[in-house]
Design a binder for this molecule. Sequence first.
Ligand SMILES: [Fe+2]
Length: 196
Amino acid sequence: MQQGAVVFEVNPILDVQTIRDRARRHIQNGAVTPNYGVDVNVVLRLLNDALATEIVSVLSYKRQYFVAKTSASANLVATLVEHATQDLLHVDRLAERIVQLGGTPDFSPVGLPERSHAEYADGTRLAEIVRDALVMERVAVESYREMVRYVGDGDPTTRRLLEDLLAVQEQHARNLLSLVEEVSLVEASRAVRSLT
Ligand SMILES: [Fe+2]
């Protein structure tokens, strides 16, 4: 006799009737069912903080792009555009998840710098732009990791979303790190030209 089969019959993993009964209660909570494993209000606050962080990131990248646009570093310009585009997609994905959980995405400019974990970057030199953007991404990486830890198994959909965004931010940080040397060479050659 297969022991596993007996255990399954006596003690089924899923009590489907209980799940059906509970799903009929509090239907106004939508995706947040009784076995939602974390505090939904905390998750909504974290998602809105992440939303603010991504908005500030997009604003910073847009500004940095227009400042760096005519520079000799084509790789930097392309990277700034790519990161702005990807972070804007994150804004949409976070807002979508906030709505699914019954919350309201906070797009208000009032208090945006306080809600954002990353700071708006306003450097003008190429080296500053790369450094500021790298710091911004590293802040986002740390924040997403902490959020993933908090959400754990309590809300697998939100965790997967946060893990996706974390992976992209890690890639952004790596992209920027690879530009540090190139940008300092561009600035050095510009400085030499200004002396001749
Ligand atoms: Fe990013």
